[in-house]
Design a protein. Sequence first.
Length: 163
Amino acid sequence: MTDQAKVRRHAERIRELVASVVRSQIKDPRLGMITITDARITADLRDATVFYTVLGDAAAQASTAAALESAKGMLRSTVGKALGLRHSPTLTFVLDDVQDQVKHIDDLLAAARTADAEVQRLAAKSSYAGDAQPYRVEEDDEDAEEASAEDEDDDEPRAGERR
């Protein structure tokens, strides 16, 4: 097992190396406006995943992916020599779709704001469904006397009842 700090250092170094080699040594015309965003490496230091973004449409992303795939051997040898490991890590390039996720989240937030505004608009025009006073109020003195008079009439036994 390898120390996690060492793994993080190697991942950061791989990201820097790949970015500098892509910028300076790869002269492939298919390579678009690319940014290396992150690199991750397994604990055994054998497999590295490099995340990148491309400025442009789907065609630019596809051509950049093809250019990186063709330059993978040179990038792997450069990374292996610079890291000084027994085994050069295999490189896997993954398109980082952060911009798409950000756009999706922004759309969801805009829809939520619109829904909240609609709820506020409807709440401003509405009124409560019940009475103004939803709780029972104690009866007045006159009502209490009438209720006690009715109770006195009930004191007489009914047919079939015993006292």
